[in-house]
Write a protein that binds this ligand. Structure first.
Ligand code: MTE
Ligand code: MO
Length: 312
């Protein structure tokens, strides 16, 4: 991780952009989109719209970022189909406004936050994170978001809060993948309280400096870079503080293959394949997978004394 001064040029600003996005930006500059807003079209919520006031952060990598095109067309989002291109093809119609996130359970200050509140909850930062899917591929993505601990602090958990459960949208009308039973919907994930509080854990609302495309989990998704990608739940509607370890969608589906922790660990293989190496999207040769996806210095102490083969 390289440290750089805040308010430096965002990495997303030095990346070549595609025609559509350039045109959008041009229209934004011309005030065309603002005119749309006056007509009741929410101009500030669509993928491709630049997020205002995003700060640089100390979380950068000197690894090549995965191109925007790959980040937004090679996805897992089973609510929109199980194929990698399904989310980009089918998620366009997901209505991300109005959108609320209920914060509830073992907290002194439960509440319902709408997106305007969430976007103003804490300064938005760009954080370039390595992401590793359990299937064996990885990407480097410049997320935009704020640390989950900012929201947790406001919710003020009670002494009984030991885990956090994340529930994502259940709406088969908008999410065609939910009409098939690949998973027991809604998609549920969970973190232990200390994992949720870890400074690395992000609530993301954008990538490459822009509003999150629907296929990447709009309008708000979790990003937990030291864990396999499936822990990073997309399109969250409920954040629940609980005493008992949540039963996640993947544990429910295949408990022998997916445990609660799901820390990236090249020494613990998936029952059906090795986790020792990975293919970085866009590269030809595989590379070694790093313990905790390379974030050991920030997270290893949370698991000290735990048998990571047992708590996989
Ligand atoms: N709601 C929901 N969240 C989800 C998934 C999903 O199917 N549904 N897939 C997960 C998996 S397996 C991965 S690898 C990441 C992929 O995120 P990305 O498409 O933004 O790279 O999202 C995770 N979050
Ligand atoms: Mo994944």
């Amino acid at each position: 991780m390289l440290i750089r001064p805040p308010n430096d040029i965002l990495s997303s600003e030095i990346t070549p952009h595609e025609v559509y996005r350039e045109r959008r930006r041009f229209m934004q500059g011309m005030g065309v989109l603002a005119a749309g807003a006056a007509l009741g079209v929410a101009a500030d919520v669509e993928a491709g719209v630049r997020l205002a006031g995003v700060r640089g952060s100390a979380y950068t990598l000197n690894e090549a970022k995965t191109p925007y095109k790959s980040v937004t067309t090679y996805n897992n989002f089973y609510e929109f189909g199980t194929g990698k291109s399904d989310p980009a093809e089918n998620a366009g119609g997901l209505n991300t406004r109005p959108w609320t996130v209920a914060v509830e359970g073992e907290v002194n200050k439960p509440g319902v936050y709408d997106m305007d509140m969430l976007l103003k909850l804490a300064p938005l930062e760009e954080r370039v994170y390595r992401m590793r899917c359990v299937e064996g591929w990885s990407m480097v993505i410049p997320w935009v978001g704020f640390p989950l601990h900012e929201l947790i602090r406001r919710a003020n958990p009670t002494g009984n809060a030991r885990y956090v459960e994340f529930v994502t949208l259940h709406d088969p009308g908008q999410m065609p993948g939910q009409r098939s039973r690949v998973l027991d919907w809604p998609y549920v994930e969970g973190l232990r309280m200390d994992e949720a509080m870890n400074p690395l854990t992000l609530l993301a609302v954008g990538l490459y400096g822009e509003v999150l495309p629907n296929q990447n989990g709009a309008p708000i998704r979790l990003v937990v870079p030291w864990k396999y990608g499936f822990k990073s739940a997309k399109s969250i509607v409920r954040i629940r503080f609980v005493e008992k370890q949540p039963l996640t969608a993947w544990m429910k589906a295949t408990p022998s293959e997916y445990g609660f922790y799901s820390n990236v660990n090249p020494q613990v293989d998936h029952p059906r394949w090795s986790q020792a190496r990975e293919r970085r999207i866009g590269e030809f040769f595989k590379r070694d997978t790093l313990m905790f996806n390379g974030y050991g210095a920030q997270v290893a102490q949370m698991y000290r004394g735990m048998d990571l083969k047992r708590y996989f």
